[in-house]
Design a binder for this molecule. Sequence first.
Ligand SMILES: *Cc1c(COP(=O)(O)O)cnc(C)c1O
Length: 457
Amino acid sequence: MELPFAESYKIKMVEPIRKSTRQEREKWIKDADYNLFGLKSDMVFIDLLTDSGTGAMSDRQWSEIMLGDESYAGASSYFKMKEAIQEVLGFEHFLPTHQGRAAENVLFSVLIKEGDIVPGNSHFDTTKGHIEFRKATAVDCTIDEAFDTTLSHPFKGNVDPVKLENILKAEGDRIPFIIVTVTCNSSGGQPVSIENLRMVRQLADKYGKQVVFDSARFAENAYFIKLREKGYQDKTIREIVRDMFACADVMTMSAKKDAIVNMGGFIAMRSKELHCKASVFNIMFEGYITYGGMSGRDMNALARGLYEGTEFDYLETRIRQVEYLGNKLMELGIPVQQPIGGHAVFVDAKRFLPHVPKEEFQAQTLAVELYLEAGVRGVEIGAMLADRDPVTRENRYPALELMRLAIPRRTYTNNHMDVVAVALKNIHDRRDSIRKGLKIKTEAPIMRHFTVALDLA
Ligand SMILES: *Cc1c(COP(=O)(O)O)cnc(C)c1O
């Protein structure tokens, strides 16, 4: 008999979590204005709000914390991080930042000006926010297959070569760079193939543009390439990672994802000149160039995390758990984005709650239902997140209306995944009785989903 799959780690430390009653949750979510970001963490039993900074560090990472060098300038921790970035990712220069969006802020301060256009594959919300804040436009060039949740395609994060070349041809002068998000968060944690990355590189070279990788989940992307792309089965994750980044000039990184730390980020680049220009903004916004908003101990843990996060056994454990939840939901007849992404399962709220009008935020409504049912916190990736058009101020309704269940790294067991699956089944069984959604009471002018106040519609 073939031995079953099991995790590539054992548990050394635990953190108790607490269940609550439906009655308690009804009060708490109302008090939080039906915004799941407004809940205290102890009001949540299983927290799948995000996989960002919520993972469990290893014993090796914790021991690196003790070795942190907190010198203001030239700390050994900075050089540990530099070495890891050179070895794992292949970039000569880098700037530490306190997280991924800070890397975007610093880099875009150098590269983007008003009126620019930045094409890419379904830009992440903070990326889009930092582009639009500079009065520039993000243009989505993702392949059409990504927007049909029922369609199976191995690389739904891919950039459409025709869409990309059309915009490069039409608006070339206004395009400072192309950004590729690996894996593509907004379209469902879907990977981009090496073949596609090479196509982007070729088009960029043809039109004289730089390529930036938004790299939060680069290692998960490499894992999917190993499993799904022809010719990569026998390559190691690190070899694939090097092949991927060979197509980029610059990368931004939220280390809270694939570097398995609670806080941290960086920009890495080949150009010394860009490093020099970005240093000015790094010093202004983040901190001196050898710490950039990070403690020495955190830089140490991050460096260690880059190695651990690119080990096949770790990635297999991680991604198979996400798959486990996804398969369970599919068995129960729940509509999910297929194939299952790397860091999360995305439930198709349009198909789950067809009776709730889109103006009443279907995915947000589903996320609130799931919290009420079992104390599970997911997050809306739909019309609320898509925000209003910066010019017309009309609500934008994206092609996909999803509830994301992001799985923190090395944190929960498959028993937790079972609770989530059954909770969703219970809601699915009574979906015909759910006909009303939510309406906005107050909202912020940008990135409204974090603080929006809602009421029952
Ligand atoms: C999380 C994330 C960011 C932003 O990073 P933070 O560390 O949350 O600031 C940017 N891009 C992608 C693809 C991400 O997943």
